[in-house]
Write a protein of this length. Sequence first.
Length: 365
Amino acid sequence: MAKHALLPIPDAINPFKVRKQRLMNFNPVTATTTRRPVDHVRITVFEYSADVVHEEVMEKVSDCFRFFKTDCIKWINVDGIRREEVEAICKNYNVHFLLMEDILSEGQRAKMDEIGDNLFCLLPMMYFQPESSTVNQEQVSLVLGKNVVISFQDDPDRDVFNPIRDRLRTGGTKLRTSGADYLFYSLLDVIVDNYFQVMDNLGERIEVLEEIIPRQPTNRTLARINFLRKEMLIFKRGIAPVREVLGGILKTENSLIEENTEKYFKDVYDHIVQAVDMAESYRDLVMNLQELYHAQMNQKLNEVMKVLAVVTTLMAPLTVITGIYGMNFEHMPELKTPYGYFVVLSIMLVMFIGMIIIFRKRGWF
């Protein structure tokens, strides 16, 4: 029973309202969606080298401009997207106008660009909501420059970068002793690794349904299957283009990525290929669940039809007998027999029991 609680029915917390709202905000001309207003923007800066690390939360966007000319590696993380802050940071750190427009646009397909002195990646950060069993995604933009990485996130209240922060606070780690390209790789790596956690949660829901379907092939179960199939489709559509993004990074000859860091990007590429393949396999499993459901329903229908057929067959000869003696002919000798009624009932009972025994021996029910 506890396992079934892992898969709440969509009616309780209706995620389709969220999907509907996103469709209402969709702009078919620009192929993007209208960005939702953000109440606050939080900017954090990590400035570090092998020996020291400085972490600071900026009270206003201009506070992070003083790090522009320092020689240390810098990670500027912007939680919450507003045009004012994005334009100011991009202008100060020489991020091209086209890249700035990509950062400000929502609902874009994962992409990678090289414009000016920057290497740019845009990709989804995936989350799984256990309460509603939905897959949510957040657009993340990463800009790699000389000695700086700038990350822009839609949601100011969550991300998957805490392992990166912990490694930066710890002295002697590979991250602390490497350049900005290694930080860029680390951010990509933790985003891709989180895809597997989302798939693990989806896999648990698939396992639960595999147990439920043979016992409860109901319309409610079918609703669960269809809901899970749509979430798998959302997940796969989100992560599939990331493979092209990482493939483009591997092919680039940009001087911002050092030769000794290329092998790490190859490792992330292998992970995203594995994630896409697993997502496709999970999608096939969900389709198999639909087939299993229909097979169970057909089997259930066949059981009902078999029972009805047996009952009909058992009653057929009895109906014939009662039909014969229900005819209104005057000259029927059996009608005058004193014990005829009991004899006919006995014959009918013997036939009924005998047919049941024959059917049981043949395994018909």
